[in-house]
Design a protein around this ligand. Structure first.
Ligand code: FE2
Length: 246
């Protein structure tokens, strides 16, 4: 589905959030700004998502239309990529980002906690929650890389060979996909809790530069995870299931 600047507000209200993002990934920035979850809870019409989050539909629609009219978009057509290519892209881009940044952010939070923990006790919760999410993600990424993604790549291969029986066997991919989706929900919830505890990453007056860098990194980590999960939940997984059934 292509969404362009001629769309009116009523039509926009009925579009599904994840379809808007799939059509133009730049729209994700608007959803982030208004606090609307477009990955784990992206399967809702825009009007309903606005209502549930107490968001003014008119101003959000205006910003979305600006993006559609300007024609600016993430030029990657992820939905048209081959499954194997998309799986490799996710590993090389998003998985490696998580693996690189998790220890960097953990060390930064330790430092901030030592310097500011006494005045801001909530920093202990932030550090504990980040430790939990990075441990969960380490195991999650390993499961995807060692089990699920090789199955998904096999679907591409078997489909090209036209072996219907072998393809049928690969429809068991739905089991691990269900598990991965629930793990995405959990990781998303933990990062959402960190955002709430920190009052949307609002820096206290006595914050030093390290404190500010830690908040910036956490904010970016969450945004990257949203895109990462969006690509898996809404493109890679449904396409894999559809291919295995075909
Ligand atoms: Fe994942």
């Amino acid at each position: 589905m292509e969404v362009n600047g001629n769309i009116n507000q009523d039509e926009l209200k009925n579009l599904i959030v994840k379809d808007i993002v799939a059509s133009n990934f730049k729209s994700a920035e608007v959803f982030e700004k208004y606090g609307i979850d477009f990955c784990c809870k992206g399967n809702r019409p825009l009007g309903q998502a606005c209502q549930e989050n107490g968001v003014n539909m008119e101003s959000l629609a205006g910003e979305l239309k600006n993006i559609f009219e300007s024609g600016s978009s993430d030029t990657n057509r992820y939905d048209m990529w081959q499954l194997s290519y998309l799986a490799d892209y996710i590993v090389n881009n998003h998985h490696s980002y998580v693996k690189t940044m998790s220890p960097v952010i953990s060390a930064r939070l330790e430092k901030v906690l030592r310097a500011h923990g006494r005045n801001h006790p909530f920093l202990q919760d932030v550090a504990d929650l980040f430790t939990a999410v990075s441990r969960d993600l380490e195991l999650h990424l390993a499961k995807e890389e060692q089990v699920l993604f090789p199955m998904i790549k096999k679907i591409d291969e078997v489909k090209a060979s036209g072996n219907a029986e072998a393809l049928e066997k690969l429809s068991t991919v739905s089991g691990p996909i269900r598990v991965m989706i629930s793990e995405h929900d959990r990781a998303g919830d933990i990062l959402d809790r960190i955002r709430k505890i920190t009052d949307n990453y609002r820096l206290p007056e006595d914050a030093c530069t390290t404190f500010a860098v830690a908040y910036k990194e956490l904010d970016e980590f969450e945004r990257d995870l949203h895109k990462h999960v969006f690509l898996e939940n809404n493109i890679l997984f449904p396409k894999s299931l559809a291919s295995a059934r075909a």
